[in-house]
Write a protein that binds this ligand. Sequence first.
Ligand SMILES: [Zn+2]
Ligand SMILES: [Zn+2]
Length: 264
Amino acid sequence: MTDLHSHTYFSHDGKCTIEELINTAINKKMKYLGISEHVDYDCLYNNIDVKQFNPEAYFPAAFNIKEKFKDQITILVGIECGFYDVPEINKMYFDLIKKYKPEYVISSIHMVEKTDYYFANYGDKKTVYEKYLNYIYKSIHSDYYYDIIGHLGYVERYAPYEDKQMRYKDFKESFDRILKGIIEKDKILEINSSSTLDFTPFLPTEDVFAAYYKLGGRKVSFGSDTHTSQRLLDKREQIVKILKNIGFDHFTIPVNKKHIDFEF
Ligand SMILES: [Zn+2]
Ligand SMILES: [Zn+2]
C-alpha cells in the first residue's frame, strides 16, 4: 500500500512530524510513503506571506529518517511544486530540483493571478475553469522536472458555484489535450482523496479518469494529501474499486525518474 502525497511541519500548513507520519504508515502496513512538502515559489513571487520551504533543513532530515526506517518502510523524499507561469519561478524549481535531487516531484497548481484559488474572485464558471485548465496544460510543459500532476480539479474545491463540478464532457477539448500531454510525456495522474465535495470523493472526478483510460493513460498515483498523520490512505479502498471498474489495475510509483507499477 502506498500514499505519495503528504505534508509535515516542513510545509507551511503541515501539522505533524515526519516521525508521526511514518509511525502511522508502519502501523497501517504501508510499503511506500511519499513525503511531498510544499515548495511555494508561487507565493514567494506574489509576496504572499507563508513560511517558506527550507531545503537546507528538509532534505538532510528527510534522507536521514529514510535511512533510519529503511528496514520497516520505504520513504520517498519528495516535494510538491506550486506551478506558476513565470520563467523565473520555473527556473527556481529547476535549480532546487537539480541541487537537492528529490526522489520524486508533484507539480500542482494552487494559484491564479496572485492569489490562491481559496481566496480568488470567481467570475463566470466556464471562463474560470477554462483558464484553470489552461494553466494545467502549461504546467505539463514546465521547464522543471516532475513526475506527477497533482490534484487536477483543485479549482472545484473552493469554487462558489452551486454546481461546482468541472465535467469532462463540458471541457472535453481542454481535458483531452491535458490527458494526452500527460500520456505523451509519460507522467502520472494523481488521484487525490482530499475532497469534501458532495459530487466526488476525490480529484479529478471519475469521468476524467475514464477519459484518461480511454486515451491510453495507465499511470495513476494515490495521494491522500494529508497534513496530519490521520488521513494517510484515506478512501483508498473506495478509490481502488472505482479505478478497477474503469479498467485500471495498478498504481505507479516514481522513484528517481523511474516508474514502478504495483498491482492493486
Ligand atoms: Zn497541493
Ligand atoms: Zn499537497
